[in-house]
Design a protein around this ligand. Structure first.
Ligand code: CA
Length: 406
């Protein structure tokens, strides 16, 4: 029976991710094999050697590539964290700090400061969150293991070209597991297509130059069809018994048709200053907020190909202009909570003895398990969600006067 062990071991070795040693061997061979392809894309031999000779793979990016979230947040959770008072206040501070630059960007590209700053706030929390993974390591690993290798090879070679051309300091070229980097979280190929040198130092630096990053964001939106002076869209009120199947970002029709169907803009402003095609978005169905969106919404959408993401940027830009929350509440009795409230919830969970790690406002699996345990104790639905209901239940009474009567 002794032979069973070696058999099991060798079976384990057949799985690349299970063996760091084997992965490293494969990695060296893979990188050697890619040298010629890199040269064909304009990466010279010196550059290739300098940045790949001592490289070791980071197999955690392959895990990230294959990760399937078991928990999907409802849109009101997503927006509550991305567009909270803290991000609005931070954005207003950035509008003041970078006012001259933002006005110059608007003069050249026709994109208003609030929209540019809203993209910045959602993409990297105004430059606080670039991602910590060295780009060359991540993209080289993704070029040699896992799915979509040919796509990531293109991004890998482009990253080496960015370094070869001296745009970004190599030690600062860190980003997400997939290779998005800098204030604007561009992929390397997007950088090559769209990034601009706005501070005039000859480098397109989306990591260490805020002017380059802000102008590159505006340039991205313009290239995606942004039209100066037009709104992204606005919240509307639906008529009684409205047919939900008419909603959808691609189901555009002339604004006059929507008006004829009984849709009206919330507030006192006219329906639109123009008469382009419009689409109706119902992110939570007809019972929640409804939005008519125009061409500029599609420009924002192209940044990350997600409607909830585009709505977060659009809404943040409105908040930065002085607008308020949506008029129609989300259809839930357990609303989403801000990042400050998430940190408060985590602190309350720690005080109750749950081992959730650091209080960082990020709701990971350990925080969710702790929430589930508290939900079970309280007789709530055990969904692990960080919402208003569990936060209120765990909060101590505000003052002795609020406590239960004696
Ligand atoms: Ca520059």
């Amino acid at each position: 029976m002794k032979t069973l062990y070696p058999l099991l071991l060798s079976a384990a070795l057949l799985t690349p991710v299970a063996s760091p040693a084997l992965a490293a061997d494969d990695f060296s061979a893979c990188l050697a094999g890619l040298r010629g392809d890199a040269a064909a894309k304009g990466v010279n031999g010196d550059t290739y050697s300098r940045y790949t000779s001592a490289l070791e793979p980071d197999m955690t990016v392959i895990e990230a590539l294959d990760y399937q979230p078991e928990f999907r947040s409802p849109i009101w959770d997503y927006l509550a964290a991305l567009v909270d008072d803290e991000r609005v206040a931070d954005g207003r501070a950035k509008l003041a700090e970078w006012g001259d630059t933002l006005r110059a960007v608007e003069a050249r590209y026709g994109v208003d400061p609030e929209t540019v700053v809203a993209v910045w706030g959602v993409e990297s929390n105004y430059g606080r969150n670039f991602g910590k993974r060295p780009l060359v390591t991540s993209l080289a690993t993704l070029s040699c293991f896992g799915r979509r290798q040919s796509y990531f090879r293109g991004e890998f070679f482009t990253t080496l070209k960015i370094l070869q051309e001296g745009h970004v300091a190599p030690e600062h070229l860190n980003g997400s597991w997939a290779g998005a980097f800098g204030h604007t979280q561009f992929m390397p190929s997007t950088f090559m297509r769209v990034a601009v040198d706005f501070d005039g130092d000859g480098r397109r630096d989306l990591v260490d130059s805020v002017p380059d990053a802000l102008a590159s964001t505006a340039n991205y939106l313009v290239r995606s069809g942004w039209r100066s002076g037009e709104p992204w869209g606005y919240e509307v009120k639906l008529p009684q018994g409205f047919d939900e199947s008419l909603a959808g970002r691609k189901k555009r029709r002339p604004l006059a048709e929507w008006v004829a169907m009984g849709l009206s803009r919330i507030g006192d402003e006219p329906v639109a200053p123009h008469d382009g095609p419009a689409a109706l978005l119902l992110p939570a169905g007809a019972a929640g907020p409804a939005f008519l969106v125009f061409r500029n919404f599609d420009a924002i959408y192209s940044y990350n190909a997600a409607e909830s993401y585009a709505l977060a940027i659009a809404h943040l830009s409105d908040r930065l202009k002085g607008g308020g929350d949506f008029a129609t509440p989300w259809p839930t009795d357990d609303a989403g909570i801000s990042r400050a409230e998430r940190r408060e919830l985590q602190t309350l969970l720690l005080e109750r003895g749950h081992d959730i790690g650091e209080v960082d406002g990020m709701i990971g699996s350990r925080t969710r398990e702790a929430i589930k345990a508290e939900q079970a104790r309280l007789g709530f639905e055990e969904n692990g969600r960080a919402g208003r209901k569990i936060l209120d239940a765990l909060r101590p009474p505000a003052s002795p006067a609020d406590a239960a009567p004696r």
